[in-house]
Design a protein around this ligand. Sequence first.
Ligand code: 5RP
Length: 234
Amino acid sequence: MTRQFKIDAANAALSLVEDGMKIGLGSGSTAEEFVRVLAPKVAEGLSIIGVPTSERTGALARELGIQISTLDSYPHLDLTIDGADEIDGRLQLIKGGGAAHLREKIVAFASDKVAVVADHTKKVDMLGAFPLPLEVISFGLVATKAAIEKLCKNEFGLTAKLTLRENAGAPVVTDNGNLVLDASFGRIPDTKGLATGLSQIPGLVEHGLFIDIADVAFIAGPGGVETISRAASA
Ligand code: 5RP
């Protein structure tokens, strides 16, 4: 069922696609459904260029016959379609469950419009139940962790439980060669403040808070697809 909701959201996002667009392709299972519904349109003659946010999405797009390129070749994109781990009522997001949030944020930042595709389980009243992904470099990891904990405690009264993300007993390494810390807060009342604070910490390459980046979200559930746009949610 959840997969069908992801496909429904992906199909709804197709309405934003126009011939000739340069499109950022997000990462994760819902963004991959978008790649899958886009591919038949390309086979029918739609001309677009996709800029993938991860090696995995790039491989899928290539396999399905979608022309892909890089942000260096196309530094200005018309649209990005991506998933999210949490979405609040103001279209603020937590991303990075797939460890791709650094490239996802760079690609989103280069896009005229950013659309989120998700199933209804991603919608929350307040961000923070999903552990916040933090891409960090391995050099000085202990000092970086201490700086994150200090900032969260002193500035935001948040106790950050930081866990190094692992897979099959080995640290997860991002497409950029970095590590990921997952910060369990439970709830993040001041998302903008925390995003700003975390951005100041050297060694923390990028956090998964996407503040004022998404323009529209297509959220699919049993009642159909809900469209939330930034103007309406502000
Ligand atoms: C990857 C992401 C994904 O968009 C996010 O984790 C959602 O993934 P899914 O659609 O599989 O639930 O941010 O870094």
